[in-house]
Design a binder for this molecule. Sequence first.
Ligand SMILES: [Zn+2]
Ligand SMILES: [Zn+2]
Length: 355
Amino acid sequence: MKRLIVVFASISIIGFFSYQFKNTLAMMLFKQAITAQVTRDLVLDYADGFHVISCGSGTPLPDLSMAGGCTAVIAAGQLFLFDAGEGSAETLGVLGLRPSRIDAIFMTHFHSDHIAGLGSMALQRNLGNNIKTSLPLYGALGVEEVAEGFNLAFAQDHAYRIEHHPSLNAPLEALQLEARAFDLPPNGKFPEIYAAKGVSIRAIAVPHGPVRPALAYSVEYQGMKVVISGDTQISRNLVLAATGADLLVHEGLQAEMVGVIEQIALADGQTALATIMHDIPSYHATPVEAAQVAAEAGVKSLAFTHMIPPLPVGLLEGPFLSGVNEAYGGTVFVLRDGHMISLSVDKAPIRTKLL
Ligand SMILES: [Zn+2]
Ligand SMILES: [Zn+2]
């Protein structure tokens, strides 16, 4: 009996110390991970280049691995976002792209999967020191309503935060969005809507009806050009604007795969989902159509984002890209959240990296 007590006591002591050690080890790892996370600042690290990063390749279709529509561009030490879908602010933070570094957000259109993260984006940006001004939100007419709506929806949250952290002296504007609206350009015209430090950003009208306005954007820097399609059908105007681009970031909807979802939803009696799956191909481009745009415009590389349906496993990229290589001879990428494409001033081949 005495021996049994000794054995139990020994096990308890070992258990106690290994439990304590486990926690100590966990806290050490936590500190290391947080140091890497909090001190990471990609804009500073990549300030002298031209980089495109996916901060959200997702769509309204559920996919835990991808945030809603968001493409980030670093150029001349500036950080620009194109759309801010659900979860994109948090994804930026995880990637080491500090929201406080954002110089401006450019809206392609006002579908929910492209705007849902705007409130969080403006809020997270305020974590940066000395932010005293609102976050510029560029877009075609209608963007004022989006900015006002988010500012209003978050007004109570903003008031709590200002009251709770008085020493930060953050003015209300520092937590808000500020709309910078412009007219939807006609086809064939690509007005410059932003220019600073050698970076020029132009707006391009694209067809996404009944969604109007809908825009693509081009970003030019040091003789290089990146074009971001937004949501669009196959677009002649986009071919014109993307001519000679180094990189075209394009949406893609694979109609056959969407048809499979429609049939399964129909068989399950989910008529609303089936109807939506039936209707959405009409205002998106298939991967082959995007490849045709890239080929006709003579772009050097094509990167897919906003993939419909989501491609949770790499194996599905095969059917998604079916026919793309026949239509387009350049390099093709499928962007996942955290993928970075770097362009080189000396015209070296573009490089990709998963952050
Ligand atoms: Zn969309
Ligand atoms: Zn859309």
